[in-house]
Write a protein that binds this ligand. Structure first.
Ligand code: NAD
Ligand code: UDP
Length: 325
């Protein structure tokens, strides 16, 4: 079933975290569609460079603000009502969990509440960017949306996992009891251009190491798995959900499940690197395996990922090669 776009010319869309990796790609597509897009960001992990090419577009505005402090309603771009609000802001790399723990908790709790209130007031559709981390270290494989997860509530990852789970609960409460038109997407490991080479996540780390000829730092045995999604596929999936009337939660990603050892070897080979794969200490509570069950996304949204890991990784390696010089 093909879902017709609901948001296009004449519609105002607020994208929090709009200068970040995934959100900036969403912003690109929404601007190209003719939506009036306001990106709100405090640049804690994002960068103005990611949206610099949109500077001259009349239907794009970048507002600098920390959404956890409330919406900067004094800003003219925030004064008018929105048709859709996409809460994409949050640091997302496991290395951020130790350096930005309270910031992550706040953007996944008080910021979510500020945005939910605004969405109700505006009668806007609200889309919450949740995560496969909501499943924790899963005991069900692949993960269906009906699985409640296995999260350590006081572990090192809990600042992120529990904040996203709180945001899901809050979104559902506003949907059930305040009539909010809401959607929740559970995003699985996504990669592509505009990731920060030093953000600590496996793919940018392995690519940077491979291009510099440094040892690839696989954590633990490298037998743990992730299913990797090129950003173009994810953006299509998220926008299919936004344009639908579905609430979800809906998984979005791919079934391309690789061990971290396979991923490291693939990146070394695709980048023509001489780096050797090494094995270093693994962090606590690191999920052992992860793969989405995509049945709901397919049935409700007609979503189908299209980019093979080799293609997506090649494109990302080229982007990093240019960026790292
Ligand atoms: P990112 O760090 O590149 O983007 C997040 C953006 O949010 C950044 O620009 C950052 O500066 C901004 N931000 C953070 N806190 C903010 C605040 N308080 N106020 C305003 N702006 C703030 O990360 P990403 O990988 O693009 O992730 C985007 C969203 O997708 C996040 O919500 C993340 O949890 C979710 N997600 C991503 C993945 C993935 O694999 N990339 C997986 C699951 C979920
Ligand atoms: N990982 C790794 N080396 C690194 C960074 C990460 O082996 O330099 C591993 C990490 O332990 C995890 C997997 O790669 O098992 C995916 O980690 P990432 O931070 O990319 O995403 P997440 O843990 O959020 O899925």
């Amino acid at each position: 079933m093909k879902v017709a776009p609901r948001f296009g010319p004449g519609h105002r869309v607020l994208v929090t975290g709009g200068a970040g990796f995934v959100p900036s790609h969403l912003v690109d597509t929404l601007v190209a569609r003719g939506c009036t897009v306001v990106a709100l960001d405090n640049f804690v992990t994002g960068s103005k460079d990611n949206v610099a090419h949109l500077h001259d577009k009349p239907n794009f505005t970048l507002v600098e603000a920390d959404i956890s402090d409330g919406l900067p309603t004094h800003h003219p771009a925030l004064a008018e009502r929105f048709d859709a609000i996409m809460h994409m802001a949050s640091p997302a790399s496991p290395t951020d969990f130790a350096t930005l723990p309270v910031e992550i908790l706040r953007v996944g709790s008080v910021a979510t509440l500020h945005l939910l209130d605004r969405a109700v007031a505006d009668g806007a559709r609200f889309l919450m960017a949740s995560t496969s981390e909501a499943y924790g270290d899963p005991k069900e494989h692949p993960q269906r949306e009906t699985y409640w997860g296995n999260v350590n509530p006081i572990g090192v990852r809990s600042v992120y996992d529990e904040a996203k789970r709180f945001s899901e609960a809050a979104t559902m409460a506003y949907h059930r009891y305040r009539g909010l038109d809401a959607a929740i997407v559970r995003i699985f490991n996504t990669y592509g251009p505009r990731m920060r080479p030093d953000d600590g996540r496996a793919i940018p780390t392995f690519i940077s190491q491979a291009l510099r000829g440094e040892p690839i730092t696989v954590h633990g045995t490298g037998n743990q798995t992730r299913s990797i999604c090129y950003v173009e596929d994810l953006v299509r999936g998220i926008l299919l959900l936004l344009d639908s009337t579905q609430t979800g939660p809906v998984n979005c990603g791919t079934e391309h499940e690789l061990t971290m050892r396979q991923l490291a070897e693939l990146i070394v080979s695709l980048s023509g690197s001489t780096s050797e794969v090494t094995y270093v200490t693994r962090a606590a509570d690191d999920p052992e395996m992860r793969r989405p069950d995509l049945t709901l996304a397919r049935e409700l949204l007609g979503y189908e990922p299209a980019v093979a890991p080799e293609d997506g990784l090649r494109r990302t390696i080229e982007h990093f090669r240019e960026r790292l010089g």
